[in-house]
Design a protein around this ligand. Structure first.
Ligand SMILES: Cc1cc2nc3c(=O)[nH]c(=O)nc-3n(C[C@H](O)[C@H](O)[C@H](O)COP(=O)(O)O)c2cc1C
Length: 369
């Protein structure tokens, strides 16, 4: 399934890159990777070298969704490039789109360290960053007036402080980010599911979500809007959210964010902190259930972005057949290496061919009766 180049990079990452990275503190590793990515993205020769190493293209993977052209369905999820620093290099690594952020109205230092841990056996990360980011004004300077080789989503959340626990201040904070950044984004993701912020998941409450979406809808600049959901929602909570969304112009849902729930048979490590949410394999089945539920319940009305625990083409295809038009990942790349994006895209074209589909869009929702 994999090409020779992908085999070589898989081998190098498994036996050199990963053992080195996994000895270093996870947040320091994240910062080093961001620095390295920024350097690669600065010079066109290095961009071209990266493209030669990793990129995989096939027209069967491209789609037009909500007026946006996605060269392939595999995006980088919110949280990896929080401050909009990697838009020049991530398309060369093979991603079909990226979601910057989450970005908040004001700059935010995040929670006290340590706030990122590896759960190695569970192939998961425990994340307690607490929406650390430079704030919408600084992020604006990095995206304004620039064009990128792939679509850019910007994830917005409310500033993580005691002030935004007040619902009206929280709404004003979301609106400030929308107003500042929407013009530069192909789509906006409204993160109502950060497990690590003051006040909890206030905007999963239907009444508050209604108020939030009403204010966003008043903004004159219209962009496709996705809501990012928690994998820990009960079906009745999702139903209430769907009822509210009916009233507004919502393009779709991102299923899902990190899980906070510790009772999960996929957790095989000792979880080092009671704080934080988990990614990777721990969240995969929860995300898949969320995708299936929404796709079935709404009969494919919304665009679904599947996210959580994708490390192979089969994982991505499972989410696509369950109803996702696009997928996103972070943890899979950290555990498997950057060549995994090309491997997933190549694997997807082979799975499509095997099932007799000419384009990825034909596979969406096919496992849902
Ligand atoms: C280090 C890290 C930081 C994250 N930060 C955010 C964030 O700021 N906003 C957000 O919506 N999701 C955030 N997430 C959640 C991811 O976007 C994604 O939903 C989750 O990790 C599941 O995907 P994965 O298993 O492929 O990592 C973060 C995840 C990780 C691992």
């Amino acid at each position: 399934m994999t090409s020779i180049k992908q085999h070589i990079f898989r081998f190098l990452y498994k036996y050199i890159g990963k053992p080195v990275f996994f000895r270093i503190d996870p947040e320091v590793t994240h910062d080093v990777v961001l620095w390295f990515g920024r350097m690669l993205g600065k010079y066109s020769l290095l961009q071209k070298c990266t493209r030669w190493c990793f990129d995989y293209r096939n027209p069967a993977l491209s789609q037009h969704i909500a007026g946006i052209h996605f060269p392939n369905p595999v995006g980088v999820a919110a949280g990896f490039d929080k401050n909009a620093q990697l838009m020049s290099i991530l398309p060369e690594v093979g991603f079909g789109f990226e979601e910057i952020g989450s970005v908040t109205g004001k700059p935010c230092a995040g929670n006290a360290k340590p706030r990122l841990w590896r759960l190695k056996k569970s192939q998961s990360l425990l994340v307690y960053y607490g929406l650390k980011n430079d704030g919408c004004e600084v992020v604006k300077t990095r995206v304004a007036g620039k064009s990128f080789r792939f679509p850019i989503g910007i994830s917005i959340a409310k500033t993580n402080n005691t002030e935004t626990v007040d619902a009206q201040k929280g709404i004003a904070d979301y609106v400030q980010s929308y107003r500042t950044l929407a013009t530069y984004a192909d789509y906006i993701a409204i993160n109502i599911s950060c497990p690590n912020s003051f006040g909890g998941l206030a905007f999963t409450d239907a009444h508050l979500l209604d108020q939030l979406l009403a204010e966003i809808e008043k903004e004159p600049l219209k962009k496709p809007v996705f809501l990012k959901l928690s994998p820990d929602l009960q079906e009745k909570d999702i139903d209430a959210i769907l009822v509210v969304c009916e009233k507004y112009t919502i393009t779709g849902f991102i299923c899902s964010n990190l899980t906070k729930v510790r009772k999960n048979e996929k957790i095989v490590d000792v979880v080092p902190s009671k704080n934080g949410g988990m990614s990777g394999k721990v969240v995969a089945d929860l995300a898949n259930s969320c995708i299936k539920y929404i796709y079935k319940k709404t009969q494919g009305k919304y665009i679904i972005v599947g996210c959580g625990g994708i490390t192979t083409a089969h994982d991505a295809y499972e989410k696509i057949k369950a109803g996702a038009s696009l997928v996103q990942l972070i943890t899979g790349m950290i555990f498997e290496g950057p060549q995994v994006i090309g491997e997933i895209n190549k694997g997807l074209t082979e799975l499509l061919k095997k099932d007799g589909y000419k384009n990825i869009s034909e596979a969406v929702g096919t496992s849902i009766k």
